[in-house]
Design a protein around this ligand. Structure first.
Ligand SMILES: [Cu+2]
Length: 397
């Protein structure tokens, strides 16, 4: 959940900035092509070290030259942590790495133009995090031409943008049908539409989550609510449709209000996604985020605590990750054909295992799975997560 980082809608200025980020992605290929120039790349200085503890977020430097940055984030605390690079306004997320367990180091690789930023560690994944300012100075490294490689990245990003557009369109339509049924008290129809409609949301979750104000309104789970937070969205409806024993059903007026809000927030999401500039680093990091979502919410059965439709979400997260990978694959094959092959194999293996649990148009319910089956899925998710964490650096550095 990124709910604490409220995001503003994408301004024209931000769009220009993101376009620059996209253009800068071509730099490393140029450098890699001329070996005597390799020392001019910022990456040769090695990653920026970050140490996250319960009450400190130590970053080894407060400045870095523009271009590709790698933060090696070590969790030296006792709780799971996250690390973010935020824009100067402290709201917009430039890049993030989630779910860093105690003792673990994970890299955040991103492309940043000159400007002022903020770093943040979020031990325990709660609150605003421990922040500090960070400056990226102009390195003078201007992207110039490996036209072919740049074109592959651009094409891949455009393909993924089209995918997001298509998914949001389906989400808007599906949500309307679901909300109509739910508001009308047609629980059977709403239950039938619930999981399949949510798949469109779950496929594009990293894009949806980049709007930190919309994500909690649409997808907050009851267990994750902050004190005083109003509970709306999919999981609010889920509880009413798949009620636990001690549950008091919503009134028709409450159902109507939740439905209207769900439709309005989804329309807002669709509008905002149109102006998001998707770049190679966002695709690569987004793919990994989706798989992390699977590992932390779906393979554990926590996302759909009442409906038990976790495998629908699981499939959708895997779809979104795979589409991002496939969009980058032509570029990746130029840089690291072995990694492309490994990712292909591991996506295929995970998909094959998931398919074993398919039932009609959907899946078995989570509570129908045996411990062995859950462990088998979890093992394949872990095995894919390892090479997937290398995707961004492989295409961007
Ligand atoms: Cu979710």
């Amino acid at each position: 959940m990124l709910g604490t980082f409220l995001s503003t809608s994408t301004s024209p200025k931000l769009r220009r900035t993101l376009t620059v980020i996209g253009a800068a992605a071509a730099v490393p290929m140029v450098l890699a092509g001329c070996t005597d120039n390799a020392k001019t790349t910022a990456a040769t200085d090695g990653p920026i070290q970050v140490s996250s503890t319960a009450n400190e977020c130590k970053v080894s430097t407060g400045t870095a030259p523009s271009g590709n940055l790698t933060f090696a984030v070590k969790n030296e605390g006792t709780e799971v942590t996250e690390f973010y690079l935020l824009a100067e306004d402290g709201l917009r997320i430039i890049g993030e790495v989630e779910n860093i367990g105690p003792g673990i180091t994970r890299n955040l690789v991103l492309t940043a133009p000159a400007g002022k930023y903020n770093t943040a560690c979020k031990p325990g994944m709660q609150g605003d995090g421990i922040r500090a300012s960070f400056e990226v100075t102009e390195s003078g490294n201007k992207p110039s031409a490996d036209a072919d490689f740049q074109k592959l990245l651009e094409t891949g990003s455009q393909q993924y943008a089209a995918y997001v557009k298509d998914q949001t369109e389906q989400l808007v339509t599906g949500t309307k049908a679901f909300a109509d049924a739910f508001a009308a008290g047609d629980a059977a129809k709403a239950r039938e539409l619930y999981a399949a409609t949510r798949m469109h949301w779950e496929r594009i979750e990293p894009v949806a989550e980049s709007f930190g104000d919309l994500d909690p309104k649409l997808d907050a789970r009851e267990a994750d609510l902050e004190p005083g937070q109003e509970w709306t969205g999919w999981h609010r409806a889920e509880k009413d449709l798949f009620p636990p024993a001690d549950y008091t059903a919503m009134t028709p007026a409450e159902r109507t209000a939740i439905s209207a809000q769900l439709v309005a927030d989804t329309a807002d999401l669709a509008t905002r996604t149109r102006t998001v500039e998707l770049t190679a680093d966002k695709l690569g990091n987004g793919a990994k985020e989706l798989l992390d979502e699977v590992a932390t919410g779906k393979v554990t059965g926590e996302e759909e605590i009442w409906s038990h439709t976790d495998l629908w979400d699981f499939q959708a997260n895997v779809d979104g990750a795979r589409i991002a990978f496939e969009s980058l694959k032509p570029a990746l094959e130029q840089k690291d054909a072995e990694l492309a092959k490994s990712l292909d194999e591991k996506f295929t293996a995970l998909q094959a295992e998931l398919k074993k649990h398919a039932k009609g148009d959907g899946f078995s319910y989570y509570n129908e799975l045996s411990q062995d089956q859950i462990q088998q899925l979890a093992a394949l998710v872990d095995s894919l997560g390892e090479p997937l964490s290398k995707l961004t650096s492989a295409v961007v550095l």
